[in-house]
Design a protein around this ligand. Structure first.
Ligand SMILES: *[C@@H]1O[C@H](CO)[C@@H](O)[C@H](O)[C@H]1NC(C)=O
Ligand SMILES: *[C@@H]1O[C@H](CO)[C@@H](O)[C@H](O)[C@H]1NC(C)=O
Ligand SMILES: *[C@@H]1O[C@H](CO)[C@@H](O)[C@H](O)[C@H]1NC(C)=O
Ligand SMILES: *[C@@H]1O[C@H](CO)[C@@H](O)[C@H](O)[C@H]1NC(C)=O
Length: 419
């Protein structure tokens, strides 16, 4: 994820900010993966956090990729991990869209091509299914017996890129995220999802954003009488200026959308009304999704704080070097600025809350909470004595209005166990 070489100084400035964000994003993903792997002290790959060996699920490459032209950035076939449902869950389907940031330039996408986020050549042959994917009812009380699928992320644009934006020179990058989404769901329909009674589309981070982008499509491809809902984990990326007043994330998302021709995959109402490049931000379109949506997000998301609010480019003096990575190291003045970020998030959510959208907005310094012990169990963060799993269960199965909004940091003692 590096810089591309544009003609104007303005672009160079943008790109420098973006490069820093991107490099950090890659480091964060790598660091997080390493942390999870080391913590487990096993050979298991990055999705792993649980120790149930039966939850190791093999990679399948898309069979129909040759016909559909659904390719990863490098032209390899995309893949997914499928664990068959059983018992009462055998006609229920949970799809998880994997995350892992984005690439925003020819250079950064070319680099990504040589990683497991851009090519199936480098993907793990099996991954663990933790949290909401676990088949252990004590960790995952509601969805443990469902058919569960992780669709691997290898397009760099939240499953929303378009081949029309590919270059017809020797750049050799495939922008096929939208086709990957379509081909993968087609294949799953043929594996039994076309008979689904209940279904949940979910995903975390860039996959949480993809969940929002594709939520209504997902509803449309399933039987009319099926219960279908969408759960976006850490996918509500806020369009907020950084502490230096620069539009770091807006520029970055702008570049992703422009490079990969993402606009055509975005919400039609939003694109008709606004600059399409802004319609990649969930705050611009989540309220117009017609399928029921639930958002799990920290108000101090540990990816958003160091990449949106305090990217390295905004902290040249280094005052934030500790705080941006660890909320417990922040000074009272810095906490005040983080509270401002939380207020902006709650404001951006106000329309969605008004239409009774489901939320679990907690105050732990975390990113992605459905794929780990943070989902449920003794170590899970709670609001009003409910875990994320219990809150999502009440919303999904009982059709309750669930709006769990935590008090501001540092008031919630259940956060001490996770961050
Ligand atoms: C951010 O803003 C400051 C002043 O507000 C400016 O000097 C600096 O060049 C900007 N940084 C980037 C990376 O655009
Ligand atoms: C896909 O198509 C290419 C070109 O026609 C062919 O060489 C390749 O073997 C095919 N791959 C699979 C898995 O069918
Ligand atoms: C391909 O075309 C794009 C867009 O015009 C350009 O930015 C890029 O540098 C070209 N790549 C090569 C290898 O010529
Ligand atoms: C919190 O929830 C647990 C399990 O759901 C329950 O056993 C416990 O009594 C609850 N505690 C309070 C204070 O409501």
């Amino acid at each position: 994820m590096l810089i591309n070489h544009h003609r104007t100084v303005r672009w160079r400035k943008w790109n420098r900010a973006v490069a820093v964000v991107s490099v950090f994003a890659v480091l964060l993903v790598l660091g997080l993966s390493l942390f999870l792997i080391l913590r487990n002290n096993t050979r298991r790959p990055a999705l792993s956090t649980s120790d149930t060996p039966s939850d190791l699920v093999p990679l399948t490459l898309l069979r129909n990729a040759n016909l559909t032209g659904a390719f990863c950035l490098d032209g390899s076939f995309p893949g997914y991990h499928f664990q068959k449902g059983f018992g009462s869950g055998s006609r229920n389907w949970l799809l998880h869209l994997q995350g892992g940031a984005w690439c925003n330039s020819i250079a950064s996408c070319s680099e990504r091509k040589a990683t497991n986020l851009g090519s199936s050549k480098y993907m793990e042959q099996e991954v663990n299914f933790p949290g909401i994917l676990s088949s252990d009812p004590s960790q995952n009380p509601d969805f443990f017996s469902w058919n569960k699928v992780v669709i691997r992320y290898c397009d760099g644009a939240s499953f929303a890129g378009r081949p029309e934006s590919e270059f017809d020179n020797s750049t050799q990058l495939f922008f096929r995220g939208q086709l990957i989404w379509e081909a993968a769901t087609d294949e799953l329909l043929s594996l039994g999802m076309s008979n689904a009674r209940q279904a949940l589309l979910t995903g975390c981070s860039a996959g949480g954003l993809a969940t929002l982008i594709h939520c209504d499509d997902f509803r449309d491809i399933l039987p009319k009488n099926a219960k279908v809902k969408c759960l976006s984990d850490a996918g509500f990326f806020l369009n907020e200026n950084d502490i230096a007043g620069n539009h770091t994330i807006e520029s970055f998302f702008h570049d992703v959308v422009e490079l990969q021709g993402v606009s055509k995959s975005l919400n039609k109402d939003c694109v008709a009304k606004k600059d399409p490049l802004k319609c990649f931000f969930p705050q611009e379109f989540t309220s117009s999704i017609t399928t029921p949506v639930f958002l799990v997000n920290s108000a101090y998301d540990s990816w958003q704080i160091p990449n949106i609010l305090v990217p390295l480019s905004s902290d040249l003096g280094g005052d934030w070097s500790k705080c941006r990575l660890n909320i417990h190291s922040c000074s009272p003045r810095q906490i005040g600025i983080l509270q401002g970020f939380r207020n902006s998030l709650l404001k951006a959510l106000s329309d969605f809350l008004q239409i009774n959208g489901g939320v679990f907005i907690n105050s732990c310094f975390v990113h992605c909470q459905t794929l780990a012990e943070t989902w449920h169990g003794p170590a899970a963060p709670k609001i009003n004595n409910k875990s994320i799993a219990e809150s999502v269960g009440d919303w999904y199965f009982n059709d309750k209005i669930v709006q769990q909004i935590d008090c501001p940091y540092p008031c919630n003692p259940t956060c001490d166990r996770v961050s």
